[in-house]
Ligand binder design. Structure first.
Ligand SMILES: C[S@@+](CC[C@H](N)C(=O)[O-])C[C@H]1O[C@@H](n2cnc3c(N)ncnc32)[C@H](O)[C@@H]1O
Length: 260
């Protein structure tokens, strides 16, 4: 694996952790749930044998990598619509984990994306991504997951689910202060911002070739309106998830669980 790719991945983790104060702890609890799913079923080994996890909007593969590392026999499918980040995930995880990682180029906002999945999945996860979807697209995605996941299949989503500043002004201020502290400390020690990371990443020729396609694909996507926690939970219930709840949170940073 090229050192440049490894360095870009390390820098991605650092820049993301600047926006998410407990990113590793947030990943860890998701991995613990997957361990429980494996231990609780005769169909899966505790090493993830027999289990396929779908990583929605996987980006360069941060969560996929942690799942593949912890469960040495698991299979992961990573879906993303950004050709630069998907290329990064393929290069990095393909080299590190071979055929246990399959990248899928698909737009989660477009109906029918699930037809591109190469095989059935048992668990679906996502981190720091679904806020990119408009509420109606999110509801459609959850409806699709309700069909794609088997009975008892688990969905886990880690994301910033913003408070409503009109009725939750103190919570909004506390969350903003936590964000500011985390970003301030990281940027003061030289961690890249999102824009700086992107400026660096696309200097790598294997990523630069996908830059124009990336710009085209995301050109028509305005900032999305906020989908609150209650919308996520009720959309999951409507989609057929029997059990829904929050398994971790720090202010507005939340990990949601849904069980089909
Ligand atoms: C902040 S990144 C998070 C990546 C990774 N999950 C992580 O935790 O580091 C958000 C990701 O969502 C992806 N994304 C946004 N809209 C998407 C869509 N409509 N379909 C698929 N992926 C999308 C972006 O391309 C990007 O990879």
């Amino acid at each position: 694996m090229s050192e440049a790719i490894e360095e870009i991945i390390r820098a991605w983790d650092d820049q993301q952790a600047a926006y998410i104060s407990n990113r590793e702890q947030r990943f860890e609890i998701m991995l613990d749930v997957i361990a429980h799913v494996c231990d609780d079923s005769e169909s899966f080994g505790s090493d993830g044998a027999g289990l396929t996890v779908l990583d929605l909007a996987c980006g360069p593969g941060s969560l996929s990598q942690r799942i593949l590392d912890r469960f040495p026999a698991v299979t992961v499918i990573g879906v993303d619509y950004d050709p630069v980040l998907l290329e990064l995930a393929s290069a990095w995880l393909g080299k590190r984990h071979g055929a246990r990682f399959t990248p899928v180029d698909a737009d989660l906002a477009a109906p029918g994306w699930e037809a591109l999945l190469p095989q059935g999945v048992h668990v679906a996860v996502s981190s720091t991504a679904l806020h990119w979807l408009e509420p109606a697209q999110l509801v459609a995605l959850y409806s699709t997951l309700g069909r794609v996941l088997p009975e008892d299949g688990v969905f886990l989503d880690a994301d910033h689910l913003r408070y409503d500043p009109t009725v939750q002004p103190l919570l909004t201020a506390l969350a903003a202060a936590d964000d500011e502290r985390t970003q301030g400390a990281a940027h003061a020690r030289g961690v890249q911002t999102w824009d700086e990371w992107w400026a660096d990443a696309v200097t790598l020729p294997s990523l630069a070739v996908h830059s124009a396609a990336r710009a085209r694909r995301f050109a028509d996507r305005p900032p999305t309106p906020h989908a609150p926690l209650e919308l996520h939970l009720s959309a999951l219930r409507t989609a057929g998830f029997a059990e829904t709840g929050v398994i971790w949170r720090l202010y507005d940073d939340v990990v949601i669980l849904g069980r089909r």
